[in-house]
Design a binder for this molecule. Structure first.
Ligand code: NAI
Ligand code: 15L
Length: 268
């Protein structure tokens, strides 16, 4: 049967706020969780991914989980370790113990961020391109994908790992013209990831049908995802303001953009 009750972690965040607005239209009942209070949602669970007992309680009785909670940008390794690596492990353990069969994991373009972006007729980047994280943050997403594979192979928990490009109401940079996932297409993709049969562990890229796309959406489409949006109407203005991506600038050479060239953030 199709999942109906879905735990949405990271519900107070930007993407969580967009998705809790859009996913109920697909018939889901959402249970919300975040370490911060979720505005306007008094029933949301306030819990840290560090708290395994709270996660056991949160996953009880849900049909599936959309896992968005965590640090969403580069940060000191120790913080990434706790929230994204240990936190995602705790969530999978809670899911295993309580019998949740399907997880949609918010991976990121930054798991493959050091991959050179395609140019001038190069083929689109396939999902089986070697992972090349551009940050500790991207490394945590690479870990999450491997964790998902482990829990499928050993415990039969299915995951769709969605390497999200940039999911915001509108694209705000020239790079985002290639990576943009409109919120409406994001909801379409999460719905497909929740309902497609027999996904095992499937990795997909998460973007709209952008004219300037860099990566291959075929594994997402195979789940039944049919994107309807394209960033191209935003292109002329963004390029007029920011210029085309400079092919000689290392911050524009790879999928991860400036994440590739930003210095690491050390704890000291
Ligand atoms: P965000 O930073 O706005 O939201 C993340 C949420 O997770 C926050 O509300 C935060 O309070 C919560 N959180 C952080 N640590 C937690 C912990 N230890 N326990 C419980 N909750 C915790 O990020 P955004 O943009 O909403 O992204 C959501 C997810 O999607 C993240 O995992 C991010 O890495 C991923 N993603 C998002 C992209 C985007 O374009 N928005 C692109 C690629 C990946
Ligand atoms: C991400 O993984 C981040 O969570 C999001 O805030 C954006 O920076 C996005 O990637 C991006 O690369 O644009």
């Amino acid at each position: 049967p199709a999942p109906r009750t879905v735990l949405l972690t990271g519900a107070a965040g930007g993407l969580g706020t967009l998705m809790r607005g859009l996913l109920p239209e697909y018939g889901y009942t959402l249970r919300l969780l975040d370490v911060r209070p979720v505005e306007g949602e008094p029933d949301a669970i306030t819990a840290d991914l560090a708290d395994l007992d709270a996660l056991r309680e949160a996953v009880r009785g849900v049909d599936a989980i959309i896992h968005l909670a965590g640090i969403s940008l580069e940060a000191p390794f120790e913080k990434i370790l706790k929230a994204n690596i240990e936190g995602t492990y705790h969530l999978y353990e809670a899911a295993r113990e309580k019998g949740v069969r399907r997880i949609v994991f918010a991976s990121s373009n930054h798991a493959v961020g050091c991959t050179p972006r395609p140019r001038d007729g190069d083929p689109l980047i396939p999902v089986d391109t070697p992972r090349r994280p551009d940050t500790f943050y991207g490394l945590s997403k690479s870990f999450g994908e491997d964790l998902a594979q482990l829990y499928w192979d050993k415990h039969g928990i299915e995951t769709v790992s969605v390497r999200i490009g940039s999911c915001f109401p509108e694209p705000t940079s020239v790079r985002m013209l290639s990576l943009w996932l409109s919120p409406a297409d994001g909801a379409r993709l999460f719905h497909a990831a929740l309902t497609a049969p027999d996904v095992g562990h499937t990795v997909v890229y998460g973007s709209s049908a952008n004219t300037r796309l860099w990566w291959d959406l075929s594994t997402a489409r195979a789940l039944g995802y049919e994107p309807r949006d394209d960033s191209e109407p935003y292109a002329a203005q963004l390029i007029a303001e920011q210029g085309e991506l400079d092919p000689d600038d290392p911050a524009h050479a790879c999928l991860g953009g400036h994440f590739v060239t930003d210095p690491p953030i050390w704890p000291h």
